[in-house]
Structure formats: structure tokens, C-alpha cells
Design a protein around this ligand. Structure first.
Ligand SMILES: NC(=O)c1ccc[n+]([C@@H]2O[C@H](COP(=O)([O-])OP(=O)(O)OC[C@H]3O[C@@H](n4cnc5c(N)ncnc54)[C@H](OP(=O)(O)O)[C@@H]3O)[C@@H](O)[C@H]2O)c1
Length: 327
């Protein structure tokens, strides 16, 4: 089978499509024919060495496909089932192995490419809006990169929970997409000389000087200071990523001076801790897709031999919604 492998950390060109033996499922695993693979920022961090991983490294964590073989003890899937996953190493491949913990049943009526696009960013948007800071009708949230993969899903889930959502984006096309997803106000942070100084002023002018209850910040280095200064007293900054770079070490005294703020750095695995939690989140997401209440935007798809272009586009801020690889 074909698989995308990195032998040493580097640029998008470090990814190579290789022929490797098709793996055999253990007794508690299924072998899946992959229909579509999701591209995520974490893949670029692992490829480039921002998150060090042992080399050679088979890339990819997410996808959807059809069960081809089942191990002797498997009771969570049968041959022919449509399944999706969000945390299986080596997912940029024609076949992957899944255990019960990684395997989500894709319900009828949900296309496999949409399922692949939904899993990792959707589960993230779900845990951020329902658990990290559970949003309700009294809340205003600031979501950075509002036209990104997480951004579009998080905006829709937050609005569905009754919250008001303000987003940031860098282009007018992204602004239109973010408004379509339900943002009440969209801030063009690309037009600021200093995001740290100008973002809080823009947010306060939209909130009668109050600031927001929560900032969901996946941009990191360039936005962190502005995010903190955009909060209400006792507000929460959920720093869930660093698409612009990682946030440097931080003096905790700043939280007191800023207004007794909370900062958390959540990670998806800790919010998928039990089988119940995993099925609750997945069922809500698939249910919302099936009922037409959650739109999963697939911005672009690439074949395996153009995976480098997919990573370059994501890192170069040229994507909207989800980027998908088709084996
Ligand atoms: N903690 C978790 O559980 C978890 C799970 C999933 C994803 N994440 C994180 O969430 C963030 C968003 O992930 P995503 O896959 O949905 O990506 P994305 O938002 O689709 O793409 C990243 C966006 O960040 C913005 N950005 C601002 N400055 C940037 C820069 N210097 N370089 C590149 N992009 C920049 C761009 O939007 P504009 O052009 O509009 O600024 C860009 O489109 C990433 O940091 C990712 O690591 C975390």
C-alpha cells in the first residue's frame, strides 16, 4: 500500500509517498481502506520538527474509510462498516489499523470525505465550546482564524449554543465565510500594526467596553497578548494551538494584573477520556451534520503526490475550512 513518510524533519518536500507492506490487524484491531485523510496543523508540526517525533515517521492522524478486515476479538465493527478516526498515527495511507478507542462509526447519510474532514477539528470545536468553556446564551466568545478548519466549526457550534461570536480573519473572502458560519462581527487583524494593542480596542468597541468571556486562540504567538487583553475580568483564554508560532514562557503574575484571568492549554486526548465522552461528542457532531445544522467546509482536496502543496497551503495561510488528502 502507499503511505506518506518523513525520514527527517523538514519542509513540505520532506514528505515521501512510499510503498510499504499492508499491515495485518491484531486480534483487537480492524484494517480499514482509507477513503480520505484529514490534514491538520499537528501534521505540519510533526513533519517540521516543531513537535519532535521518532524518525522515520508515518504522517497523519485522521481519516475515514471502510472496514476491510477485523481481528478475532473485535466487537466494535464489522467488515463493510464506514468508520472515521482522529488519532491514529500513519493515517496518510491507503490502509490503516484502528483499535476500539480510535474508531467512530460514520452514520448513514454522512459522506466519508466529510467524516474525515469533521473528526479532529470537529471534536476539538466540540470540547472547546461544550467543556473547556461551556458556552451559553449569556456569553460572548472571540474565535481567532474564524475561517479556518476549527474556526468555522467552532463558530457554528458556539452560535448553536446561543453565544455571540466575534472572529478574526486575514482576508475579505475569509471574512465572508466566517459571517456565513454565524459570526456577528469579524475583525481583520491583518490590518493592525500591532495585534496586541489594536485587537483589545476593537473587541472592547464591539462589547461596550466589557471584553469577551472567553477567547479560543489557536493562533498563539501573534495573538496571545491581544487575547488576554480582550477578556472581561475572570475571563478564560483557551490557548489550543499556535499556527503563528508557540507562545513563549509566561509570567503568571500577568493573570492577576489583567483581571484574575484563567489560561488553559487544552489537548484533545484529555477531552476524549472515556468511551462515553467520545461517543457523546461524535454523536452530537454527526447528528448536527445529518440534520443540516453543521456545515463542514472542505476547502481543498489533494492527491497523495501533492501532499507537500497541501501542507504549504495550510502553513501559508491560504486555506479555508478543511484540507483533505485522497489516497
Ligand atoms: N489543542 C487541540 O486539541 C487542537 C486540535 C486541533 C487543532 N489545534 C490547533 O488549532 C489551530 C487551528 O488548526 P486548524 O487545523 O483548524 O488550522 P486553520 O485554522 O485551518 O489554519 C490556521 C489559520 O491560522 C491563521 N494564522 C494566523 N497567523 C498564521 C501564521 N503565521 N501562519 C499560519 N497560519 C496563521 C490563518 O488564518 P487567517 O489567515 O484568517 O489568520 C490560518 O488559516 C492550530 O494551531 C492547531 O494546532 C489544536
Amino acid at each position: 500500500m502507499k503511505q506518506i513518510v518523513v525520514h527527517s524533519p523538514g519542509s513540505p518536500q520532506a514528505m515521501q509517498v512510499e510503498d510499504v507492506p499492508t499491515p495485518q490487524p491484531a486480534a483487537d484491531q480492524v484494517l480499514v481502506d482509507v477513503a480520505a485523510c484529514g490534514v491538520n496543523f499537528i501534521d505540519t508540526y510533526q513533519r517540521s520538527g516543531v513537535y519532535p517525533v521518532p524518525m522515520p515517521h508515518p504522517l497523519g492522524l485522521e481519516g475515514a474509510g471502510v472496514v476491510r478486515e477485523v481481528g478475532a476479538d473485535v466487537d466494535f465493527a464489522t467488515v463493510g462498516d464506514h468508520v472515521a478516526w482522529a488519532g491514529s498515527r500513519g493515517s496518510y495511507a491507503e490502509q490503516v489499523l484502528l483499535g476500539a478507542q480510535d474508531c467512530y462509526r460514520v452514520p448513514e447519510g454522512v459522506d466519508l470525505t466529510v467524516a474525515a474532514a469533521l473528526m479532529l477539528q470537529g471534536l476539538t470545536a466540540h470540547y472547546l465550546s461544550a467543556s473547556t468553556f461551556p458556552l451559553g446564551a449569556d456569553h460572548t466568545a472571540l474565535v481567532h482564524a474564524g475561517a479556518g478548519g476549527v474556526g468555522l466549526l467552532l463558530t457554528q457550534l458556539a452560535v448553536a449554543r446561543g453565544a455571540r461570536v466575534i472572529t478574526t480573519v486575514s482576508t475579505s473572502d475569509k471574512e465572508a465565510l466566517s459571517r456565513e458560519a454565524g459570526a456577528s462581527d469579524v475583525i481583520r487583524y491583518d490590518q493592525f500594526d500591532s495585534v496586541s494593542d489594536e485587537l483589545p480596542a476593537a473587541v472592547r468597541s464591539l462589547t461596550d467596553g466589557a471584553g469577551v468571556d472567553v477567547v479560543y486562540d489557536g493562533v498563539g504567538a501573534t495573538t496571545f497578548d491581544g487575547s488576554l487583553a480582550s477578556l472581561k475580568p475572570r475571563g478564560m483564554l483557551a490557548l489550543f494551538g499556535g499556527s503563528s508560532g508557540q507562545v513563549p514562557p509566561f509570567d503568571l503574575q500577568r493573570l492577576s494584573r489583567a483581571g484574575s484571568m484563567y489560561v488553559t492549554r487544552p489537548s484533545m486526548g484529555h477531552y476524549l477520556a472515556t468511551a462515553e465522552e467520545r461517543s457523546w461528542r461524535a454523536e452530537e457532531l454527526f447528528g448536527a451534520v445529518r440534520s443540516g445544522n453543521l456545515n463542514v467546509r472542505i476547502g481543498e482536496t489533494f492527491p497523495f503526490d501533492r501532499a507537500g502543496e497541501a501542507h504549504a497551503a495550510l502553513e501559508g495561510r491560504r486555506t479555508t475550512g478543511k484540507v483533505v488528502l485522497i489516497p
